[in-house]
Design a protein around this ligand. Structure first.
Ligand code: PHE
Length: 348
């Protein structure tokens, strides 16, 4: 009889413990200490072998009943505690929508990107295409097709970083002229393009020079294009960039790929032409190189120089940005000091 009572009392005390358990850990401890391999229930059942054969089935079915009851009670309580834990977690994780938001630290396009996009916008408005060139270029396109054969002395000014005998980091965006002209079908439409990008030169790195900088190449080819078209186009651009009162001045210059060639100056936007530190007391600021495309450059690209003519220019956005924003050291653009860059944040 004794074993039956032990089972009954084990059942009732364990049920009370289960009832009182408040955590899943506690519940697990109860399960292991009762139904586990070394648990009290297992211990009691070990005593079965001493029972008389008549008593064994009676105690056996009672033991099954106790085990099932306890297992069920444990399961039910476990489910309850899990639901409770989940509800608590959900409550704790509730988002308080009345809290003030965290400030997001937005980035901004680099000042040079901003200036280049401003220039691109002007030309898109004039119906130009934007064409990408290659930063690693063939000597052939960078120099020869620009009318600078191997022994040409003007190569010295732009000597650069060679990758092989025939490949180099382009020294200017002008090779894009040749690459675009040779593909263009002039019987269908005139060519109007700009090509912005990085260029490289073996150069002294000082406040106004860098071995890497940017250019925007411009090229227009059609019948009857003259210097007047060049001047008018640049006037639109430079007035947009530096103010409606700007005047333009063209000075004779030399580039192997244009003839005639010019340097283009604008009247100083700071002093209006009287003379100041920005214009080095001349009243004028040199802003770009340009000219009428040399007939040989046209012919080398398969363009009939009797029928077509064109103008080209090469503009330095670094220089435009320096002038426009009073930056006196070009190296600021490339050092990525956040304190410098953040001054040109686009408000958005
Ligand atoms: N490629 C010239 C330079 O880098 C600039 C230029 C472009 C001049 C087109 C005339 C015409 O100096």
């Amino acid at each position: 009889m004794e074993i039956k009572e032990t089972l009954e009392s084990l059942k009732s005390t364990t049920l009370v413990k289960i009832e009182q358990a408040t955590t899943l850990d506690e519940l697990n401890t109860i399960r292991v200490s009762t139904l586990g391999k070394k648990g009290s229930m297992t211990e009691v059942l070990r005593g079965m072998k001493d029972l008389s054969p008549e008593m064994r089935p009676v105690v056996g079915s009672l033991a099954n009943e106790v085990r099932d009851t306890l297992t069920e009670a444990l399961e039910a309580k476990k489910e309850m505690l899990e639901t409770k834990a989940m509800n608590e977690a959900l409550l704790n994780e509730t988002i308080d929508v009345t809290l003030p938001g965290k400030e997001l630290n937005n980035g901004t396009p680099h000042i040079l990107t901003q200036v280049m996009e401003e220039i691109e916008d002007v030309f898109l408005g004039l119906g130009y295409e934007i064409i990408e060139g290659y930063e690693v270029e063939k000597d052939y396109y960078n120099f020869e097709r620009m009318n600078l054969p191997k022994d040409h002395p003007a190569r010295d000014m732009q000597d650069t970083f060679y990758i092989t005998e025939d490949m180099l980091l382009r020294t200017h965006t002008s090779p894009v002229q040749a690459r675009t002209m040779e593909k263009h079908d002039f019987t269908k439409a005139p060519l109007r393009m700009i090509s912005p990008g990085k260029v490289y030169r073996r150069d002294s790195d000082d406040a106004t020079h860098s071995h890497q900088f940017h250019q925007i190449e411009g090229l227009v080819i059609d019948e009857n294009i003259t210097m007047a078209d060049l001047k008018g186009t640049l006037e639109v651009l430079l007035k947009k960039l530096f103010g409606e009162d700007r005047k333009l001045r063209l000075r004779p210059s030399y580039f192997p790929f244009t003839e005639p060639s010019v340097e283009v100056d604008i009247s100083c936007f700071k002093c209006g032409g009287k003379g100041c530190n920005v214009c080095k007391h001349t009243g004028w600021i040199e802003i770009l190189g340009a000219g009428i495309v040399h007939p040989s450059v046209l012919e080398m690209s398969g363009v009939d120089s009797e029928k077509y003519s064109g103008f080209a220019f090469g503009l330095g956005p670094d220089r435009v940005a320096m002038l426009k924003y009073g930056v006196n050291d070009i190296r600021n653009f490339y050092q990525n000091d956040i304190r410098f860059l953040e001054q040109f944040k686009v408000k958005g």
